[in-house]
Design a protein around this ligand. Sequence first.
Ligand code: ADP
Ligand code: MG
Length: 256
Amino acid sequence: MTTPALALRGLTKAFGGLVAVDGLDMAVRPGEVHGLIGPNGSGKSTTLNLISGLLRPTRGQVLLEGRDVTGQGAAARVRLGIARTFQNIRLFRHLTVLDNVLAATYPRTRAGLLAVLARTPAMRSEEEAARRRSLELLDLVGLGRRAADLPGDLPYAQQRLVEIARALATGPRVLLLDEPAAGMNPAEKQELLALIRRLNREFGLTVVLVEHDMSLVMQACDRITVLNFGSRVAEGTPQEVRRHPEVVRAYLGTRF
Ligand code: ADP
Ligand code: MG
């Protein structure tokens, strides 16, 4: 069997007495769109925080392409190819849409006034390339024309797309999306679905999709892991998962 793009082994996170993620095992195959679903509070966002290194697990491991990255911090994991968006949008409100994306590409070591004064022609052309790349990414998510606007001038749904462009700017191999369709109307959801498919098929990205909209999850995902109380209760293809008794129980009354 091929090495998973991402593997979680016995992953556990306790906040005091509350065990938000409880011995979670999960394997995401290379090149798949993998859904992570479950009721509110079942540990989905905490799991993404553990994968992206924003939180350290109480126990267990995170493996990226077979390599144990549990001890690596968030910045190191970005460099290793893990990028994410946030359930609560985290854009810089005072920077333009373009600069928000650019900030993710711009080498951090060269930021600041000293670096600006000491810029060489090579650095300037690198910056130009990063700017062009950021604009291309905004075009990709359909927001090329909003590059000069502030995030707050965009509808909520489009701010979510800026977050995706910013995540892509770090050049990931694994993209974690936390409720990307929140606040989107049906037409916007269809565009999001097309974008996720394109990132997956054309750009070869492995995607972990946390999403409430079951129709979107069923259409977008190759496989799905279902959480309840921080543990995996089911895993499989959309067809397998929707018939799983645990899933029917957890989602009683929800049609998908
Ligand atoms: P989901 O994304 O599936 O809705 P979360 O991962 O956000 O669930 O939360 C799982 C559980 O952990 C919830 O009970 C939530 O209140 C709790 N939780 C999440 N983050 C923290 C935190 N930083 N401190 C304390 N409890 C937290
Ligand atoms: Mg969440």
